[in-house]
Design a protein. Structure first.
Length: 320
């Protein structure tokens, strides 16, 4: 048995004996969603993945928190790879291909299809076989990292993501996924670093931008809860540079300004939170608290600036 696959089977057996809960992010007050960007198997010339966003950010007093995002796999039509070392014809995205598909690509694509169908062990075997066929094929190592990440085996996941990066230094999804893992285990400084590495490769990579906004919001909440409200505000505003429609950053700005007694700004940012997310019930509640205590705040109900979709307020120039 292949040593890498044998290690995987041993780890799976151990996990069946004792299930370990996934590490939780620190300073979170709202349900978490997300994880790593799942299986990606096509190299340049063989297609590109499509990305799915999920997750949510800060709350509670509601202070920061966030989510990781995932990338859906790209696969071929299920087919057993041939045993020869020659490239095999394949079906990319269910469409007949006039190109010859290298064997490691066929194994990786087939593994992704097996994974989608729930056959994780066989999928892992195909990914491992792809790495044996071509030890420099980064997507196979990346997909192994995805499997480990989804199992909550984060140390192993990071190791294989790092190997994918070693094989391909521009593997942006691997950088992003390492950031997601560090975010999930509460190492926010490292999460920020890896999201920034991803954005250094592609400043327009939306998933990394959104994840960085979430992580920076969490950092802001962490430092605010330690008593440095001013620095927390700076982090929240920095988060909005990467995602100007991130409701939780606006909400936490409202909380921070309220703690400073700057109720006019608190009202403004609570309303922006509601505009970005009309279901942000905490913002409505906190606005009600301010209005209830309007004598102390020296704010009248009529002073509220009710926003409409035509207000051009989602601009970093206006907000920051």
């Amino acid at each position: 048995m292949d040593p890498m696959y044998q290690q995987y089977m041993m780890m799976m057996h151990g996990q069946q004996q004792q299930q370990h809960p996934h590490p939780q992010s620190s300073a979170m007050h709202y349900p978490q969603h997300g994880g790593a960007l799942p299986s990606y198997s096509a190299p340049p010339g063989h297609g590109m993945g499509h990305m799915g966003m999920d997750g949510i950010g800060p709350q509670g007093g509601r202070s920061g928190m966030g989510r990781g995002n995932e990338m859906q796999g790209i696969t071929t039509t299920p087919q057993q790879p041939q045993q020869s070392q020659q490239p095999v014809a394949g079906m990319m995205h269910g469409m007949p291909s006039t190109m010859q598909v290298p064997k490691e690509v066929a194994f990786t694509d087939y593994g992704t299809q097996l994974k989608i169908m729930g056959n994780i062990k066989e999928a892992m075997a195909k990914y491992i076989e792809a790495t044996r066929i071509n030890p420099n094929y980064a997507p196979a190592f990346y997909n192994i990292g995805v499997v480990y990440s989804e199992l909550g085996l984060y140390d192993e996941a990071i190791k294989f993501y790092a190997t994918a990066i070693d094989k391909n230094s521009t593997y942006i999804e691997a950088y992003c996924n390492i950031g997601v893992i560090y975010k999930n285990i509460g190492k926010l400084d490292l999460a920020v670093q890896f999201y920034q590495k991803a954005l250094a490769l592609d400043p327009n990579f939306v998933i990394a931008k959104n994840n960085l906004a979430i992580a920076l919001t969490d950092v802001g909440t962490h430092v605010k809860n330690q008593g440095n409200v001013k620095l927390g505000i700076q982090y929240y505003k920095q988060a909005l540079i990467y995602n100007v429609q991130y409701a939780d950053a606006y909400y936490n700005l409202g909380v921070a300004y309220g703690e400073q007694g700057r109720y006019d700004r608190a009202i403004f940012y609570y309303q922006l939170a509601i505009f970005a997310n009309p279901m942000c019930c905490e913002a409505y509640n906190n606005l009600g608290v301010i209005m209830k205590d309007k004598v102390k705040c020296n704010v009248e109900v009529g002073d509220l600036i009710f926003l409409s979709p035509y207000n051009n307020l989602f601009s970093t120039n206006v907000l920051l």
